[in-house]
Write a protein that binds this ligand. Structure first.
Ligand code: CDP
Ligand code: MG
Length: 149
């Protein structure tokens, strides 16, 4: 099976009407889109998705961010891409975690910001950071029959 990765277009991107721009940028990677849905993210799902960050100072804001609580209760677009080296290709395209440190033409370089009130890194997009995490995350966000091969 070709490598798969999970992308989330986060509520900060949705509130800025950036979903189309982000998907257009990702098309340049020439990966296959095999699942896509709009999701109203529960606190439970957000906590499971970001379980590795539990206990960190930014965790509470991170959960409020993903559930849309910080951005007008916006939803999230979840996408699964498949293709050779999909995880690394998407990570390279999105840029670093801190938007201020990103190469300007990466997705986070173009659209991300640090919220000066909360210090939250509003990174506009999530992408899996390893094939193992991609599998765990895809299983969390999608039922098997939602993957269109
Ligand atoms: O998203 P990425 O995998 O690049 O980074 P992470 O270390 O897994 O952090 C997950 C998310 O937490 C980031 O995308 C940011 O939204 C947020 N974060 C933050 O607000 N402040 C930090 N110092 C680090 C991460
Ligand atoms: Mg991460």
């Amino acid at each position: 099976m070709a490598e798969r990765t999970l992308v989330l277009i986060k509520p900060d991107a949705m509130v800025k009407h950036l979903a189309g721009n982000i998907i257009t940028d990702l098309y340049t990677l020439n990966l296959k889109m095999i699942a896509l849905k709009l999701s109203k993210v529960s606190r439970e799902l957000a906590e499971m998705h970001y379980s590795e960050h539990k206990g960190k100072p930014f965790f509470e804001d991170l959960i409020k961010h993903l559930t849309g609580e910080l951005h007008n209760n916006e939803k999230v677009i979840a996408i699964v891409y498949e293709g050779e080296n999909a995880v690394q290709k998407v990570r390279d395209a999105i840029g670093k975690t801190n938007p201020d440190e990103c190469i300007p033409w990466t997705i986070r370089g173009k659209y991300g910001k640090i919220n000066t009130k909360t210090n939250c890194h509003e990174t506009v997009i999530h992408a899996s950071d390893s094939p193992e995490n991609a599998k765990r995350e895809i299983d969390l966000w999608f039922d098997k029959d939602e993957i269109v091969e």
